[in-house]
Design a protein around this ligand. Structure first.
Ligand SMILES: *Cc1c(COP(=O)(O)O)cnc(C)c1O
Length: 317
């Protein structure tokens, strides 16, 4: 049985060593046109998003019996792809439950890595319920996309990488959905540099964590279509870690519109030659829109690059 204790900085340091062989070291590039800003380009990470960090840490912590029984995940696309990639690397059987809203390009990428894909229902909540059911039926270990201490610790390694590469950083701007990435990243960055500010950015169409933080409790969101498909979906029926961690660790959360996300995707293509999905571009969207102070040393996390060709061309072409 895996401990469900909240992740610590020591867990993140241990994760960094554990996952080193499965992830890439991604560049930090200057974006002076945005202000005193650098971009941490995790869209160039293995599987096209930072999610491989958490997936690698979680799967590498399974014992032999758990590995033999396989894993089951629920995903809006990138977590599933990351779990499928790590599972294949380690010889573990993986099933990924998705909702009908997940873009086909992401579903195909998961299948291409040898995982079984199950469309669990119309929305993320139904897909999560299907994944839990499959876990109970088959004995496979459920790997949550964000509310799992092993996953949070894995994502937190990105905070260590950023502070190591840019020790004088004042603010880190981070795409925010369920909060696994920003919780781990903020825990690590603030352990190393207590004065660093961490700002979350979500899409204004169904910002689950933003709504829950404002309400002071878990709230439901209505899932809407958004360019930031990787950020869509709710926090689930219960939440053990990320809501509390976001409440304790974040300095601010800002929202961006569809137009602002599109402008950021175009900007990243034209000025930096980077292919970035909507969810990965929200930090730059907030900077371009003047919603985050770009006059202090700022790192914006570019969290993913998995976008369908037709969306990419329609938005940025
Ligand atoms: C999953 C994801 C996020 C958000 O991560 P959370 O841990 O759910 O907050 C941001 N960007 C991309 C590209 C993602 O795939």
């Amino acid at each position: 049985m895996i401990s469900q204790a909240a992740p610590t900085f020591a867990d993140i340091v241990a994760a960094r060593r554990r996952i080193a062989g499965l992830i890439r070291s991604t560049p930090l590039v200057t974006a002076a046109e945005l202000g005193t800003v650098s971009l941490k380009v995790e869209s160039l990470q293995e599987t096209g998003s930072f999610k491989v960090r958490g997936a690698a840490n979680a799967l590498l912590m399974l014992d032999a019996a758990e590995r033999a029984a396989g894993v089951v995940a629920v995903s809006s696309g990138n977590h599933g792809r990351a779990v499928a990639f790590v599972a294949r690397s380690l010889g573990i059987a993986a099933t990924v439950c998705v909702s009908a809203r997940v873009p086909a390009v992401k579903v195909e990428a998961i299948g291409a890595l040898g995982a079984r894909v199950v469309v669990g229902g119309p929305g993320q909540d139904e897909a999560e319920a299907a994944a839990h059911r499959l876990g109970l039926e088959t004995g496979a270990t459920f790997i949550h996309p964000f509310d799992d201490p092993r996953v949070i610790a894995g994502q937190g390694t990105l905070g260590c990488d950023i502070v190591e590469a840019a020790p004088d950083t004042s603010t880190i701007v981070v795409p925010l959905s369920g909060g696994g990435l920003i919780s781990g990243l903020a825990l690590a960055a603030k352990a190393l540099r207590p004065r660093i500010k961490v700002i979350g950015v979500s899409q204004d169409r169904g910002p689950a964590m933003y709504d829950s933080l404002r309400a002071g409790r878990l709230t439901d969101v209505v899932e809407e279509d958004t360019l930031a498909d990787a950020l869509a979906g709710g926090l689930g029926a219960e939440n053990r870690h990320t809501l509390r961690m976001c409440r304790d660790l974040l300095d601010d959360v800002v929202l961006v519109s569809e137009e602002e996300i599109a402008a950021a995707m175009r900007h990243l293509r034209r000025r930096h030659g980077l292919r970035v999905e909507g969810g990965g571009a929200v930090g730059v969207a907030a900077l371009l829109a003047g919603k985050v102070d770009a006059t202090v040393a700022t790192v914006a996390v570019i969290s993913g690059g998995n976008v369908a060709d037709e969306t990419w061309e329609r938005v940025t072409g």
